[in-house]
Design a protein around this ligand. Structure first.
Ligand SMILES: [Zn+2]
Length: 578
């Protein structure tokens, strides 16, 4: 690939408007000009025009300089002053599952108990009696009432259908679902594992709420099993919607073996319209040696090779519970809570991997040349993972594998400072601050949230944070769970505002707009081993998005409503707003 390296700098140095002295390179096949090209290079340079050839950026610069490169065959696009940014990168998605959630019917947004019951009633009308009705991952901390629908409420909504409403490890069931699962007042988990049936203190009967027992609920899926064709079609549909939101690269942060095979096929068929960096799922329970073998097998996969469209970068594990279900592993006790059903004042949340095992998993992963990341929400989990990274790093340098902490919501001054020293980055979800601070602030108090998503501190300490959505359900940037509208994410990182909270949450941790853009471009490129994208510089792939407004100068609250006018992937238009 011909590189006209740093065009603007060369011009400045030479003091003349001419390209390098070597033989003239072939003309660009695409030039976008008379715009504001926000390159997000190291110095955050802004140019007027950009030239592309064979899928790569060949030059950025002033209108005259760049237009001078054109030939009769060059496609010219007059931006009319519009802003161009690097194609956006979401470092945390679950596209395979998310795209299948509404395969046979649309699921409405649910923000109240009545919304939930209305949905259950609507399913009871169309499903034959006896068929299961499932409501998944509608977090009770995101419902106005902040509680589960009761067994009685679910019975009234669908008396002839078994109903399960589940979030995280817990669930609320109606009477028929309890009966079909053989779960009554005296039920004890036969595997001796965790879990309990909640009983009504007045009657001694099950309330319908099961704690960590969903493995004993005999849900029979309704409808036809989706075909491979269904899965592929829906996945590509979702990727088109990512493109419509300016997204050109993603991290799949928990791909199953099936999903990896699907990417392999779509890649060889040339059908992917986003570049996928894959963190493959690895179970961490059971004997250690088979887990190690699995990690080594992932490292030997041909998709480990750097690839423009699909590459395995590492593995994903789960170190603790979640903040929406009161199970993130904290350094201090959670505190007694009705919303989170915490009665033990010493309870600190759930941790899934003991420290010595964590160290061994990290060591094997680093030895295999893979990126390790673990879902680590609470500060206890974040510290444990940093400790494990530090221990392995003493004998086996970890930096080259770009070790990561996924979510990393609750941090500390110490964690912020240890990250860059070890070369550890985080993939973080600003949308959680927006959606959930209204539950976290009353529970933890404002001060304990001082280092909740401390993005300004991380940037100031020289750490690397990348923005992601944790998209897990539905297609549609704002209606999805979680919303994957990247400009909403940037706005939250800049404004630190949360729904239903009047004041911003620790505005001293707000990012500048430039930093927020880095969060979704070059920082994620680093985290996802996509060194060929993430900024608009000669030699990089021509992934870019044209915006309807200038996110660097518009009113702050207008950032969240930014719309993408066109998206290019390797110089090819993959989206244009009609
Ligand atoms: Zn996730």
């Amino acid at each position: 690939v011909t590189r006209i390296v740093p065009f603007g700098l060369a011009l400045l140095a030479a003091g003349v408007l001419s390209v390098a002295a070597a033989a003239p390179p072939a003309a660009p096949d695409l030039i976008l000009h008379h715009g504001k090209v926000v390159t997000v290079d190291e110095r955050f340079s802004v140019r007027q025009a950009i030239a592309v050839r064979d899928g790569y950026i060949v030059a950025t610069g002033g209108n005259r300089e760049i237009l001078r490169l054109k030939s009769a065959a060059t496609q010219l696009i007059d931006l009319g002053g519009k802003v161009v940014i690097p194609g956006l990168i979401d470092s945390h998605t679950h596209p395979g599952d998310a795209s299948m959630v509404e395969l046979d019917h649309e699921i409405p947004a649910m923000s109240t108990i009545e919304d939930v019951l209305g949905y259950v009633r609507s399913r009871a009308k169309v499903e034959p009696p006896g068929e299961w009705i499932q409501v998944r991952q509608v977090f009770i901390t995101r419902l106005r009432e902040q509680r589960y629908p009761t067994r009685d409420e679910l019975d009234r909504a669908a008396p002839e259908h078994p109903v399960i409403f589940s979030t995280g490890p817990d669930a609320s069931l109606n009477s028929l679902a309890l009966k079909l699962s053989g779960i009554g007042r005296d039920f004890r988990p036969p595997d001796g594992g965790p879990g309990k049936v909640e009983l009504d203190p007045a009657t001694g009967e099950p309330t319908g709420i099961l704690r960590s027992l969903t493995r004993y609920v005999n849900v029979r899926p309704t409808g036809d099993r989706p075909t491979e064709e269904d899965r592929t079609r829906r996945l590509l549909e979702l990727f088109r919607d990512y493109n419509a939101n300016g997204i050109t690269s993603i991290g799949d942060r928990d791909a199953s073996a099936d999903q990896v095979e699907r990417y392999r096929k779509l890649r060889s068929d040339g059908r992917l319209t986003v570049r996928v960096s894959i963190s493959q799922h690895v179970d961490t329970v059971g004997p250690l040696e088979p887990i190690r073998e699995k990690i080594r097998a992932i490292a030997a996969d041909p998709l480990r090779r750097p690839d423009p469209f699909a590459q395995i970068i590492g593995i994903k594990t789960y170190l603790d519970g979640g903040m929406l279900t009161g199970s993130a592993y904290m350094r201090e006790p959670w505190g007694v809570s009705k919303v989170y059903s915490i009665t033990d004042p010493t309870y600190r949340g759930l941790r899934f991997i003991p420290q010595d095992r964590l160290v061994e998993l990290v060591r094997t992963t680093v030895k295999s040349g893979l990126q390790y990341t673990a879902h680590s929400v609470g500060d206890g989990a974040v510290h444990a993972l940093l400790d494990a990274y530090a221990e392995v790093d003493r004998t086996l340098p970890i930096r080259g594998t770009r070790p990561c902490i996924t979510h990393s919501n609750f941090m500390s001054r110490e964690a912020v400072e240890r990250m860059p020293a070890l070369g550890v980055s985080i993939d973080v979800q600003p949308i959680w601050l927006y959606m959930d601070a209204r539950t976290l602030v009353p529970h933890f108090g404002y001060d304990r949230l001082r280092y909740f998503q401390p993005l300004h501190s991380i940037f100031a300490a020289g750490g690397t944070a990348g923005g992601g959505s944790d998209h897990m359900q539905k297609i549609g940037a704002l209606r999805a769970v979680n919303p994957y509208h990247p400009f909403l994410g940037m706005w939250i990182a800049v404004a630190r505002r949360a729904r239903d909270l009047e004041a911003p949450l620790h505005p001293e941790e707000a990012l500048t707009r430039e930093q927020a853009l880095r969060l979704y471009t070059r920082n994620n490129a680093y985290i996802l081993f996509r060194d060929d994208v993430g900024s608009l510089e000669p030699g990089k792939r021509a992934d870019l998005a044209v915006l309807d407004r200038d996110i660097l100068t518009c009113p702050v609250d207008a950032i969240r409503d930014t719309r993408v006018l066109a998206t290019y992937l390797g110089g090819r238009e993959v989206y244009r707003r009609q």
